[in-house]
Write a protein that binds this ligand. Structure first.
Ligand code: RTP
Ligand code: MG
Length: 143
């Protein structure tokens, strides 16, 4: 299996609930290597740009409002089969449908406020990683 990178965001509800440590611990325990990480607060423009694919969806404004409501923690993670494995690890978008033991099943309150993001394809993972991190900020790229 190929080594892939995925972009995750510990969303503002994860930060507000003081779950940065617990979720990061689980990410590492599951074998994902953190190769870039920062804390930042998205503006409405940055949040809207990140989720631009959902621009026409009825929940878009709510999503932008939520994602810009407080600090969040984007990370680039590396692992064999990272994209699919991470989506399984975080669970379904709606926490009531997420498998037991997944991040969203354990910590998320609703489909709108669901703790964590995971890229849905290798290609989108690359775009999303570049949206948050410069090449120099990716530690695995440094000598
Ligand atoms: P994400 O992109 O954040 O990893 O989530 P996802 O792939 O599981 O779900 P996606 O369809 O890409 O939706 C992006 C985010 O929009 C919010 N959402 N709200 N109120 C709603 O019905 C609704 N549907 C989606 C969630 O925060 C979701 O993670
Ligand atoms: Mg998505």
């Amino acid at each position: 299996m190929a080594v892939e990178r995925t972009l995750t965001i510990l969303k503002p509800d994860c930060v507000r609930k003081n779950l940065i440590g617990e979720v990061t611990r689980r990410i590492q325990e599951a074998g994902f290597r953190i190769v870039a990480m920062k804390m930042t607060r998205l503006t409405k423009d940055t949040a809207g740009g990140f989720y631009a694919v959902h621009k026409e969806r009825p929940f878009f404004d709510e999503l932008v409002e939520f994602m810009s409501s407080g600090p969040c923690v984007p990370m680039i993670l590396e692992k064999e089969n990272a994209i699919k494995d991470f989506r399984e690890f975080i669970g379904a978008t709606d926490p009531s449908e997420a498998e037991e033991g997944t991040i969203r099943a354990d910590f998320a309150d609703s489909v709108g406020e669901n703790i964590i993001h995971g890229s849905d394809s290798v290609e989108n993972g690359k775009k999303e990683a570049a949206y948050f991190f410069s090449e120099a900020e990716v530690v695995a790229n440094k000598a």
